[in-house]
Ligand binder design. Structure first.
Ligand SMILES: [Zn+2]
Length: 290
């Protein structure tokens, strides 16, 4: 089954070996003890990216403001905002670049840290009353001392849909801003009041005019640009594709041999990079010949 194969592919951008210690981290004494342990480390992010050194995350002693990511093995791991003072070792890498430079596990930790720190940067003030907010729960909540509102990091759901038809073709589209020749399965944000399945059907219809039957869940992937969760579906579709809502420049059905050639790097088109869920959905289809 394609579903089983798809979930066996290692999840880049997912920190499976991480214990988030979501109960313990609310205990200030426990957190203080973790922060002062000799083996505690912090990865570093600045506006220029995630700091890496020799193909690994650059790890330093945690500063007082570093947010707690969790325990990796038994080592407390934090994330520090280096915008005000960048490390004097290593170099900053954009998250996509880091995903190819680092192991899947380290890239996942970097992505988690980037989402969390980006949320802190954008929520210094209360959305309810405008007063400055304070960090609580080791960096997993901000609280407003003026009106008492609690603010939590958000994740925005995005459906990403692998649509195939009865002639064993795959629906792919491209946005004009993408690198030349790049195609992907279709994706879009879930709207308020929508189920994931409804969002999958609506997005495919809006972007391509293709009507899909029931969408079935395949796999998910946190996607830190800045804080989405990509939720992958498979669906059977029918219709003649045409770019619909202005988002796509081209969209069409692709024959299996065209997609195979692209996956092998010798086709007319390019697929998404291997760490992306788009590519995993496509590779799962290729691995399951009808
Ligand atoms: Zn407030």
């Amino acid at each position: 089954m394609a579903e089983e194969r798809a979930t066996q592919v290692p999840l880049a951008f997912s920190g499976a070996a991480l214990d988030r210690s979501s109960i313990d981290r609310r205990d200030a004494a426990w957190m203080a003890a973790q922060r002062s342990r000799a083996e505690a480390r912090s990865l570093m992010l600045s506006e220029r990216g995630l700091w890496v050194e020799d193909g690994r995350l650059l790890l330093v002693a945690p500063g007082a403001d570093a947010v707690f990511l969790g325990l990796v093995g038994d080592r407390p791991l934090f994330a520090g905002d280096a915008t005000e003072g960048e490390p004097d070792r290593g170099h900053p890498a954009g998250l996509r670049e880091a995903a190819t430079e680092l192991s899947a596990e380290e890239a996942a930790l970097g992505a988690y840290a980037a989402s969390l720190l980006s949320w802190h940067r954008r929520h210094r003030f209360c959305a309810n009353c405008g007063a400055p907010t304070e960090v609580v729960d080791a960096g997993h909540e901000r609280r407003c001392p003026s009106c008492g509102a609690h603010h939590f990091p958000r994740t925005d759901p995005v459906v990403i849909v692998r649509v195939v038809d009865l002639r064993d073709r795959l629906l792919l589209g491209r946005q004009g801003s993408w690198p030349q020749g790049r195609f992907s399965v279709l994706a879009g944000f879930v709207e308020p009041g929508e189920t994931l399945e409804e969002a999958a059907r609506r997005e495919v219809l809006e972007e391509s005019g293709v009507v899909v039957d029931e969408a079935s869940y395949m796999a998910s992937q946190p996607w830190p640009f800045p804080s989405s969760l990509m939720i992958g579906f498979n669906a059977l579709g029918e219709g003649e594709p045409r770019p619909g809502d202005g988002e796509l420049e081209q969209v069409r059905w692709f024959e299996r041999d065209e997609v195979e050639a692209a996956a092998a790097g010798r086709g007319e088109i390019m697929l998404s990079p291997p760490y992306s869920i788009s590519r995993r959905l496509i590779d799962g289809w290729l691995a399951d010949p009808g």
